[in-house]
Unconditional design. Structure first.
Length: 136
């Protein structure tokens, strides 16, 4: 039997927990799944994911040293790093623009669907993408 595995969480290094929550929940429309204080380590366990979604989420991890601070916004090395799939590109594109999200590349039709690239609060590049239905 083949083992069953999935990517459950990806850590995103941030500068401040509350600032990050405000952006990912308030601006991108994610839901706060967990926010657990870990006082012994002076940190919090924070998980967010797109509202209503199942599966993978983001752990918002506050940078703890100079190396981690330097990684903020550059976790993808300047490439698109994360992909936010939508079932209604026009709706979500308009909503994100209205909330001040900066799009680096305008919407484009590709062989697989409609996509636009945006930059998050920290400079990470994301694809907002609506895939075309599979072809028979």
């Amino acid at each position: 039997m083949t083992p069953r595995r999935r990517i459950a969480l990806v850590t995103l290094v941030v500068d401040d927990y509350d600032r990050a929550i405000e952006y990912y929940v308030g601006t991108l429309g994610f839901e706060l799944v967990e926010d657990i204080a870990q006082p012994a380590e002076d940190k919090r366990w924070i998980v967010v994911r797109p509202a209503g979604a199942e599966g993978a989420g983001l752990v918002l991890g506050r940078a703890r040293d100079a190396g981690q601070v330097a990684a903020i916004g550059m976790q993808g090395g300047g490439r698109v790093f994360l992909f936010l799939e939508t079932d209604d590109f026009a709706r979500d594109y308009a909503d994100l623009r209205a909330k001040g999200v900066t799009f680096e590349r305008p919407p484009a039709r590709m062989d697989y669907g409609t996509v636009a690239v945006f930059r998050d609060l920290y400079g990470n590049l994301w694809d907002l993408i609506e895939y075309d239905p599979p072809r028979a």
